[in-house]
Design a binder for this molecule. Structure first.
Ligand code: FES
Length: 102
């Protein structure tokens, strides 16, 4: 079980719990504003864009090439950008904070 916090563009902080699936699925299932997951998690829409709070990058890992290619099309991309559909929920993510990128 991992507790994961999302900070929305309204600066609302929402902590949810998950055990499996992707961070995008967890967000969509909990109605996190700004994470739509339009492509269902196949890395082709960028509607699941989040910024990892810097201190947690070691827990989430870095984006892979296909993910980076997709992020290049988003104006809000920065060095902490990830597509949340490409991050799997696991114990290792416990305590991680993501800022929704829109
Ligand atoms: S859900 Fe489409 S890229 Fe993540």
């Amino acid at each position: 079980m991992a507790k994961i916090t999302f900070i929305t563009s309204d600066n609302e902080s929402i902590t949810v719990e998950g055990t499996s699936g992707s961070v995008m699925e967890l967000a969509v299932n909990n109605n996190i504003k700004g994470i739509d997951g339009d492509c269902g998690g196949v890395c082709s829409c960028a509607t699941c864009h989040v910024h990892v709070e810097p201190e947690f990058v070691s827990k989430t890992g870095q984006a892979e090439e296909m993910e980076n290619d997709m992020l290049e099309f988003d104006d809000l991309t920065n060095e902490y950008s990830r597509l949340s559909c490409q991050i799997q929920v696991s114990e290792a993510l416990d305590g991680v904070v993501f800022k929704v990128a829109k």
